[in-house]
Ligand binder design. Structure first.
Ligand code: SF4
Ligand code: SF4
Ligand code: FES
Length: 493
């Protein structure tokens, strides 16, 4: 028996794996079938009855999400009968839906709104009062629930049952009194809660972190990689480019890495990108200087030093390209490799894994960094709570590629205090803590959102970052700074 079936959708042939449903075959054929309850990352519920299609030989319309595609099947999604059915199914969903759009955070990315414009546009027949239900319920630390907006698709219930296995949500009562809600005395408390706001096709679940901050049509999304841990989830990052302000991340489907989801810790990875959380210009002994002056100071400090008097301290939060650039530049300036150390936070439990996505290694590019060190034939010393090996090396100049995601290094201030006891320390990073003020030179760097380059996740999957417009025009990437170092050292010869 073949493990593929070929069917036609609107007279267009499409071949899919046996066992696929009509809606999956339609997606493959590029045909959009309206749907609410179906979600490719969840089990099939078949409750919204919106995805009706005509199958030749079957007397009634069928739901595309739960009807298997079979060999030779002829499916139609464009006939008047199908279109009328979609229209009235939509009116049925809107019977009790409030007219909240102007004040609803989902407006602009609401599937109900979009489908009304695409397949609805009917004259409403409803004359009775809408059923009122509880609004703006506090259902946990991250979400607000408006039960009146819910269309009872049950996606959120299935997510809680199947993905996080926390089973906090249920649909209570029947008929027009049916209401989504949490079980008594229960709140949504897990590290994947924002996915509920993503999968809710309407504005019933909204994210506290994003509510009323920015209308979605002002945001531009960029495909990138979450820097929150070594899983490296594929994400979309949303920026209001006219304000150069970041507002949120959402998961981007990647079957090889994160499927359809991301964790709540990863959702915070926009906070450190905005100007208020960043160092705007280099600080030499507490004085603001230009980037050019900063790199001239580094070049002067490196001049004439033996390679073993220079230490390079790496964290695994930079791109492969930045590691290659920094090592290559130092090798060429010092005529040999410097002493290399790897800084890990002392609290890190790198083997931890929550069973879904989140990993204890809070660095997005450990694997890429180790690969680059290996390619350069360098054996690095790990600093984890004990900084004695670095002090024992007695470096005259220490260059630190510091963690961009400082929240992943809870003992950062302590480590920075130790680094500041060394002779000239150049800290590529923000470090806005008080202990950082004692560092000889701090140089701000581009964040993951502002540079291109490669992260390699724990499993060896390489993914590219995509650069957005920089928040500070004068701030460069580590590869650019080390390119400057090479050039300045050359021109001084
Ligand atoms: S709250 Fe949203 S996801 Fe949950 S059942 Fe209602 S519409 Fe569906
Ligand atoms: S699991 Fe890791 S990479 Fe994925 S979203 Fe969470 S912090 Fe980011
Ligand atoms: S999407 Fe098919 S019944 Fe809901």
């Amino acid at each position: 028996m073949s493990n593929q079936v070929t069917l036609s959708i609107n007279n267009q042939p499409v071949t899919v794996p046996a066992g696929s449903t009509i809606i999956e075959a339609a997606q493959k054929a590029g045909v959009s079938v309206p749907h609410f309850c179906w979600h490719p990352g969840l089990s099939i519920a078949g409750v919204c009855r919106f995805c009706m299609v005509k199958v030749e030989g079957m007397p009634k319309l069928q739901i595309a999400c739960n009807t298997p595609a079979t060999e030779g099947m002829k499916v139609d999604t464009l006939s008047d009968e199908v279109k009328e059915t979609h229209k009235w199914a939509l009116e049925f969903h809107l019977i009790n839906h409030p007219l909240d759009c102007p004040i609803c955070d989902q407006a602009g990315e609401c599937e109900l709104q979009n489908y009304y414009m695409k397949v609805g546009k009917y004259q409403a027949q409803m004359e009775d009062q809408k059923v009122l239900k509880p609004k703006a319920l506090d259902v946990g630390d991250t979400l607000v629930l408006d039960t009146e907006r819910c269309i009872l698709c049950s996606r959120c219930v299935r997510f809680e049952d199947e993905v996080t296995k926390t089973s906090t949500l249920g649909i209570f009562n029947r008929g027009d009194q049916a209401t989504i809600g949490t079980y008594p005395e229960r709140k949504i408390k897990h590290n994947y809660s924002y996915n509920l706001a993503d999968i809710c096709p309407v504005g019933a679940f909204t994210a506290k972190d994003f509510r009323f901050k920015c209308r979605v049509w002002f945001l531009k999304e960029t495909k990138t990689v979450c820097p929150g841990c070594s899983t490296g989830c594929s994400v979309n990052l949303f920026q209001n480019s006219s304000q150069r302000e970041y507002y949120r991340l959402k998961p981007r489907h990647n079957a090889e890495v994160n499927g359809h989801w991301m964790c709540d810790t990863g959702r915070t990875m926009y906070e450190h990108l905005n100007a208020s959380s960043r160092l705007a210009s280099p600080q030499l002994e507490g004085q603001s200087i230009s980037s050019a002056a900063a790199m001239q100071a580094v070049t002067d400090a490196a001049k004439g030093l033996a390679a073993d008097k220079v230490a390079l301290v790496l964290t695994a939060q930079f791109t492969n390209e930045e590691y290659v650039a920094s090592l290559s530049a130092l090798k060429s300036v010092l005529k040999s490799a410097p002493k290399v150390f790897i800084w890990r936070d002392e609290s890190e439990k790198s083997d931890d894994f929550d069973g879904i996505l989140f990993r204890g290694d809070r660095n997005p590019n450990t694997r890429g960094m180790m690969d680059v060190l290996k390619e350069h034939g360098i054996t690095a010393t790990v600093l984890k709570g004990d900084y004695a090996p670095l002090a024992a090396a007695a470096p005259e100049l220490t260059l630190i590629l510091a963690p961009e995601v400082e929240s992943a290094y809870p003992n950062l201030a302590k480590a920075v205090g130790r680094f500041s006891e060394l002779k000239k320390t150049v800290y590529f990073g923000n470090a806005l803590t008080d202990s950082a003020k004692k560092l000889w030179l701090r140089i701000p760097v581009k964040t993951f959102a502002e540079k291109s380059g490669t992260f390699v996740n724990f499993n060896g999957v390489a993914q590219k970052l995509k650069a957005n417009p920089a928040v500070f025009a004068n701030v460069k990437g580590v590869d650019e700074y080390f390119g400057d170092l090479s050039r300045l050292a050359q021109s001084a010869v």
